[in-house]
Ligand binder design. Structure first.
Ligand SMILES: NC(=O)c1ccc[n+]([C@@H]2O[C@H](COP(=O)([O-])OP(=O)(O)OC[C@H]3O[C@@H](n4cnc5c(N)ncnc54)[C@H](OP(=O)(O)O)[C@@H]3O)[C@@H](O)[C@H]2O)c1
Length: 260
């Protein structure tokens, strides 16, 4: 992002601890679920850092739309699987805002393929996208987040992540998300003394997913419909709230009864 636009985005309002001062970083925030989270948090008064990797145009347009509604947004390019990029991003958050209250680890590429056809590159990419990215972003953000009294970290998982079960055609993604769940729980214990909660929120199949077990939700989703962003945002609101300060290390499945 160009300097002038960045400066514009860090205008401050409210008292030091008012909600309008809170800063949230959403990885993969330019499109789809990530963009919906950014819009939602901005509407709730958070200053939002929109991380993107390639979708610059969408990230900047989202930031403009948030600013148009009186909010604050900072689009920032970083590949969250690369430590150097993640460090640059958190440094920028520190310089621009001096604080970070909420980290949403939303990035997580999908792969559907039998293991016999998965290349080593694909194996590594899926692990890096779903697991290493959570480790890198969280580890790098923690020193800044620990300065706040009530940090909130969310990891976007997927409904079957808590199951120790075979996952034909989806094993790499499944084990990366299960790994991210173990990471979530371990971080929850380690960060509780710092007032930071860490939880996983797991969608079933989202309505706009390109890969679905079936195009007819009622074939396999007990609730009879695909997951909407609103289903996830409501759960997110609770986990980010003050009331949820004692709720940590949880796996919150939002799937209409699918894969529970
Ligand atoms: N869709 C579903 O049905 C479903 C179901 C269960 C769980 N989930 C989980 O929900 C989350 C969001 O999924 P989604 O389907 O909304 O979006 P998505 O298609 O998985 O991707 C969202 C964004 O992630 C960004 N991204 C990918 N790799 C990145 C990297 N290394 N660094 C920075 N950004 C990166 C991309 O940014 P750029 O465009 O800028 O490259 C993309 O716009 C994921 O964790 C996914 O595993 C999705």
């Amino acid at each position: 992002m160009r300097k002038t636009a960045a400066k514009k985005s860090v205008r401050r309002t409210g008292s030091p601890d008012s909600k309008s001062e809170r800063v949230a970083l959403v990885t993969g925030g330019a499109r789809k679920l990530g963009a919906s989270i950014c819009r939602h948090l901005a509407g709730r008064g958070y200053r939002v850092v929109i991380n993107y990797r390639t979708s610059r145009v969408q990230a900047e347009s989202l930031a403009r739309s948030i600013r148009g509604k009186g909010g604050e947004a900072l689009p920032f390019r970083a590949d969250v699987t690369r430590e150097r990029d993640v460090k640059r991003m958190i440094d920028r958050v520190k310089r621009s805002f001096g604080r970070l209250d909420v980290l949403i680890n939303n990035v997580g590429d999908y792969l559907e393929k039998p293991l016999a056809r998965v290349s080593t590159e694909e194996w590594e990419e899926i692990l890096r996208s779903n697991l290493t990215s959570v480790f890198l972003c969280t580890k790098t953000a923690l020193p800044l987040m620990r300065k706040r009294p009530a940090g909130r970290i969310l990891v976007v998982g997927y409904a079957p992540a808590g199951k120790l079960a075979a996952s034909p055609r989806c094993a790499v993604y499944h084990l990366a998300k299960t790994g991210a769940l173990i990471l979530t729980k371990s971080l929850a214990v380690e960060e509780a003394p710092h007032g930071i909660t860490v939880n996983m929120i797991s969608p079933g199949t989202i309505f706009n997913s390109v890969k679905k077990p079936s195009d007819t939700a009622s074939d396999y989703i007990p609730a009879g419909r695909f997951c909407r962003y609103a289903d996830l945002l409501g759960m997110m609101d609770y986990l980010l709230s003050e009331e949820a300060g004692y709720v940590t290390g949880g796996h919150f499945v939002v799937s209409g009864g699918y894969a529970i």
